[in-house]
Design a binder for this molecule. Structure first.
Ligand code: NAD
Ligand code: USQ
Length: 409
């Protein structure tokens, strides 16, 4: 990695992926500081939801880590989108060798609720990312930026092809008949305002890598499942968050938790959507590998697909139902997405770096269900249904509800 600078700034380090990553990096010898505005905890309060697992305050989390590991992690409460100066001062003072950037509003359903939530998501994510880039450029720090992007930037096409790692090689015919080779960003086709912000981030990265010669890695990550990692297991106060609500809960963790609490598994539409998945333990390992293998100055943005395997949603529901006897319920799809898609993804770079991913067949789903069972009494059933709809006037479920309300009026 970049010289001997082992200082890492983890933006969004209080979140589901950021917290276990901060602990993992600290445990393998990095000096870690977290910057987070705790907006996820505020959004929990806004939505009247909570992590299924009882997460401690950030102060208690950091004390517990010091107690069990002997290592100290610093914390700064900063809004990286709203407070450029505070972010710049922190970077100037700490001079990290790497910034790992998780600090974005990451739920597609939350980003699609209404105009206010769309605007918030774009302002928060795009400004935050741009502030980080502008500050690294202004300070001329020799720093590697590792950003958590998403598989969703590629969109979900059904052609029988393997998604490459970020770029597409194309041959264009010039006016003189000569052929010109170009490597272009894979055409983006986001399925929500949240995913759109990750597509916009890609252009910001492309510009700053070319113009300012910043060293940038963009990790196109699939849906993360599981809860605990080797470090978060070490003390109850280190436990990771477990989102299960209709906005922030992701599909596999939701199915595991729904099965445990006796709620029918909420398959959207036909459940024919195929998505990429990765276990949280592999998320933290991949990020450490990305840190240790930065691009060179002047290189194009290094894009890696951070995924382990792909699955179709109804197959996941069938697997969970088989393991638990849960009922499967096909509900109206609140999103606008293809009813069926196939998906194959290259994860060649992480494989070459030694990733041997945890797969569903490795039985860690039962561990996720054990966690869900342990905290099942904290489940709020009202929070389970996905209520954010992509096209309110065209969604059949909403139209039916409106008709029912009109009939009862
Ligand atoms: P999360 O919501 O649990 O964590 C995000 C953290 O960033 C929170 O602690 C939040 O308070 C903080 N944050 C948000 N905006 C901020 C701001 N302006 N200033 C400072 N802090 C801010 O989300 P997560 O699941 O940990 O996701 C982390 C990143 O990984 C996101 O960028 C997300 O897009 C990406 N990702 C997540 C998944 C997944 O399945 N969870 C999959 C692919 C990619
Ligand atoms: N789905 C169901 N039932 C549910 C919840 C979801 O059928 O109860 C379906 C959705 O309709 C969708 C699929 O499961 O087709 C995935 O939904 P999700 O909520 O698990 O994942 P998504 O909205 O794509 O977002 C999550 C993270 C996001 C990350 C993304 C990676 O919240 O931060 O970027 O996964 S990816 O999907 O690869 O783009």
């Amino acid at each position: 990695m970049s010289g001997v600078n082992k200082r890492v700034l983890v933006l969004g380090g209080d979140g589901f992926c950021g917290w276990p990553t901060a602990l993992h990096l600290s445990s393998i010898g990095f000096d870690v500081v977290i910057a987070d505005n705790l907006s996820r905890r505020t959004i929990d309060a806004e939505l009247g939801i909570d992590s299924l697992t009882p997460i401690s305050s950030i102060a208690e989390r950091l004390r517990a880590w010091k107690r069990v590991s002997g290592f100290e992690i610093g914390f700064e409460r900063i809004d990286i989108a709203a407070d450029y100066e505070a972010l710049r001062r922190l970077l100037e003072r700490y001079k990290p060798g790497t910034v790992v950037h998780f600090a974005e509003q990451r739920a597609a359903p939350y980003s699609m609720k209404d105009a206010r939530h769309k605007t918030y998501t774009v302002d928060n994510n795009v400004r935050g990312t741009h502030n980080v880039l502008a500050a690294l450029s202004e300070l001329a720090l020799d720093c590697h930026l590792v950003h958590l992007g998403t598989m969703g930037v590629y969109g979900y096409d059904s052609a029988d092809l393997e998604l490459p790692e970020g770029y597409l090689d194309v041959l264009l015919e010039g006016r003189d008949g000569a052929h010109h080779r170009r490597s272009i960003l894979y055409p983006t086709n986001p399925g929500s305002v949240y995913h759109l912000t990750k597509s916009l981030d890609q252009l910001l990265f492309q510009f700053y890598a070319a113009n300012d010669r910043l060293r940038i890695t963009d990790l196109h990550q699939g849906i993360v499942w599981g809860t605990q990692t080797d470090q978060t297991r070490r003390d109850p106060a280190l436990i990771n968050r477990f989102d299960y609500d209709g906005d922030y809960g992701t599909v596999l963790n939701r199915f595991a938790m729904e099965a445990v609490v006796g709620h029918p598994l909420t398959v959207h539409g036909s459940g024919g959507q195929t998505r990429a998945f990765i276990h949280i333990q592999d998320t933290v390992r991949c990020i450490a590998m990305a840190l240790e293998n930065p691009p060179a100055r002047g290189d194009a943005v290094k894009i890696l697909n951070q995924v382990a395997e792909t699955h179709r949603v109804r197959d996941l529901a069938a697997l969970v139902a088989k393991l638990t006897g849960a009922e499967v319920s096909f509900v109206d799809n609140p999103r606008r997405e293809a009813a069926e898609n196939s998906l194959a993804v290259s994860n060649a770079t992480f494989r070459a770096l030694g990733l041997q991913p945890i797969l569903l067949e490795d039985h860690l789903l039962s561990e996720t269900m054990d966690i869900a069972a342990q905290y099942a009494d904290r489940c709020n059933f009202d929070a389970i249904p996905a209520r954010s709809v992509w096209t309110p006037n065209h969604n059949p479920g909403v139209v039916r509800e409106q008709m029912k309300e009109a009939a009862n009026a």
